[in-house]
Design a protein around this ligand. Structure first.
Ligand code: PXL
Length: 265
């Protein structure tokens, strides 16, 4: 399985590509990367970070790849640094995804019901148009609200299911259900105990594992079970081991959930 991960490089604060590479590799994937931006740290909780947008470089990289004839089983997109990049990712899909390939979009927009720095309503509208081209979208509860205007996660799920075959909403804050998803023509909840606190990078850990499991041929129900288990165990470990949560998740010693599942496949 050859996967293209389109995401930023945040040098410190485990998220985006620094998470996608090891997690997808644990799923047995050959991972190529298309970096969208280079930051000294991610933007959530740090101040004074550097930010280099890679719009122009992305185009040059893809032109070179065209000469190599590269094609991908899975393309997974995450943090995008500009509205122009959202358009460009649609083009990357057209140029590099195999005809039976899978396009997974994590519409990174915000958390705690606010936009991450640099994003706004217009950006969210553009992101919704990218979601409409995806096979799977993985918004958190905030992003599902920013995309649809619906605060009720079940209503947001219905709206998203009108534009994408398989929306999965992570972190929906409901009494007995934490993951919401749409497949086999119906809405489903995956019960999961809530862990108090906010875990930076959890969405990226989940998204990479889910894309790896789907790309590796697991049916959606099993892909969700595995990626949720991996993410949940990483959250519990992070709650125990990491004091300053902006530095990201301690997921490394839980990668065995994925390597075990992929052994012999
Ligand atoms: O984890 C999402 C994410 C990815 N990339 C960058 C971010 C964030 C969230 O804050 O700032 C640069």
């Amino acid at each position: 399985m050859r996967v293209l991960a389109i995401n930023d490089i945040s040098c410190v604060g485990k998220c985006s590509l620094t998470v996608a590479l090891p997690v997808l590799s644990a799923c047995g994937a050959t991972v190529d990367i298309l970096p969208t931006a280079l930051l000294s740290t991610h933007t959530g909780g740090f101040t004074g970070y550097t930010f280099l947008n890679l719009d122009d470089e992305m185009k040059k990289i893809c032109d070179h790849w065209e000469t190599l004839g590269l094609k991908y089983d899975v393309i997974q997109s995450g943090y995008l640094g500009s509205r122009a990049q959202i358009d460009f990712v649609k083009e990357v899909k057209r140029r590099f995804l195999k005809t039976d390939g899978v396009f997974v979009v994590d519409p990174v927009l915000g958390d705690n019901f606010t936009f991450y720095k640099g994003f706004d309503e217009a950006f969210a509208r553009e992101m919704l148009s990218l979601c409409a081209e995806a096979d799977y979208i993985l918004p958190n509860d905030t992003e599902s609200f920013l995309l649809t205007g619906e605060r009720d996660p079940m209503k947001a799920l219905s709206r998203l299911a009108e534009i994408c075959p398989h929306p999965v909403i992570t972190g929906a804050d409901m009494e007995d259900g934490y993951f919401l998803c749409y497949f086999d023509g119906e809405k489903k909840r995956m019960p999961l105990k809530k862990v108090e606190g906010s875990f930076h990078g959890a969405g990226d850990v989940f998204a990479a594992a889910f894309a790896g499991c789907i790309g590796g041929g697991f049916p959606i129900r099993e892909a969700l079970r595995l990626s949720v288990e991996f993410c949940y165990r990483s959250i519990l470990r992070t709650a125990r081991e990491v004091e300053d949560k902006k530095y990201g998740m301690n997921y490394e010693k839980e990668l065995c959930v994925l390597t075990d599942a992929f052994r012999g496949r």
